[in-house]
Design a binder for this molecule. Structure first.
Ligand code: SF4
Ligand code: SF4
Length: 307
């Protein structure tokens, strides 16, 4: 991590920091890395988000804040969350990441208050093209960027059993694009985590993320040096022991029941690993791995909309 280049010594992330507006979702994607299909309803408190980000902004700056979840449009006070993020000045841009299924009923303020809405389209939840046209029209009206990503495949995200193999844990951490390329930091309930997984994995294991040491408590003072050390740690968070990072096995996206969702992670890390990708990423960490396709102008292809 570098300094901001803004004449101060804050930690600067050239990518984004994530804020979960909710933890639950109206879809049940297999291997959702935020555990949303098995999470009870939970709504972020805008005042808590305000406190966390205004404190953090004294020591940290990033290019964008992503508001996600779960499905963030389930939050009834979403505009308040957007407002407190904007007022914190922690980032230039605010992006909402949504599965798009509730976007048609989002209030106009949501469109006008954010810089970008990013829709992930899954084969089991395809947005009709006339609705997509309407989203594009609303985006133009509000001067908001709209990006659409087709996500036909997912990767295994976690192993509840984990691995005892220290070399493998190191390899998974070293090749982790989430931590080293996309730099998806996460702020949640008073703590800063170097990646979303270092919060969520402890929830999967019924442990308290705050006791894991993976999160750094956000303090009401300059703590940029501690933050830099935490982010740049050579060993990675303890969560790496149960995480597949970028190298989980790939599968066609599907939605599953809550019970199936929990069962599927009950395999050891070794059984859920894409070893070929692990080798490729060791040679080049920028190899494309996620299988998402950005949809430029035009309709969602026929193959996606056929039953
Ligand atoms: S849409 Fe799917 S991947 Fe996204 S939060 Fe919901 S369950 Fe998870
Ligand atoms: S827990 Fe480790 S492997 Fe998983 S995303 Fe975080 S840094 Fe990467």
């Amino acid at each position: 991590m570098t300094t901001t280049g803004l004449g101060d010594r804050r930690v600067y992330n050239p990518r984004g920091c994530e804020v979960n507006a909710v933890l639950h979702c109206n879809l049940r994607c297999r291997s959702c890395s935020h555990l949303s299909p098995i999470m009870p309803p939970w709504f972020a408190d805008p005042e808590r988000v305000r406190r966390d980000l205004s404190r953090l902004a004294r020591s940290y700056h990033c290019e964008f804040v992503k508001i996600l979840g779960g499905e963030p449009l389930l939050h009834p006070r979403l505009t308040e969350i957007i407002r407190v993020i904007r007022e914190s000045s922690i980032a230039k841009r605010i992006v909402i990441c949504t599965n798009g299924s509730l976007l048609h009923s989002a209030r106009s303020e949501v469109w006008s208050m954010v810089d970008e809405i990013e829709i992930s389209v899954y084969p089991s939840n395809v947005i009709p093209n006339d609705r997509l046209d309407d989203f594009r029209r609303r985006a133009r009206e509000h001067g908001t960027d709209l990006s659409v990503r087709l996500s036909p495949v997912f990767r295994e995200s976690y192993s509840e059993m984990g691995t005892e193999d220290g070399n493998l844990i190191d390899q998974i951490f070293r090749t982790c694009q989430i931590a080293h390329v996309w730099r998806c930091h996460t702020v949640h309930e008073g703590y800063f985590y170097p990646c979303p997984q270092s919060y969520f994995i402890h929830r999967l294991r019924h442990a308290n993320p705050e006791d894991s040491g993976d999160g750094l408590e956000i303090r009401d003072e300059d703590f940029a040096d501690d933050l830099r050390r935490h982010i740049d740690s050579a060993t990675g968070p303890s969560a790496c022991r149960w995480c597949l990072g970028s190298v989980g096995r790939r599968f066609a996206h599907e939605q599953v029941s809550r019970r199936q969702w929990a069962e599927l992670a009950k395999e050891p890390t070794e059984a859920l690993l894409d070893r070929q990708l692990l080798t490729e990423l060791e040679n080049n960490i920028n190899v494309e791995s996620h299988g998402k396709v950005r949809l430029e102008e035009g309709p969602i292809p026929d193959a996606w909309t056929r039953p």
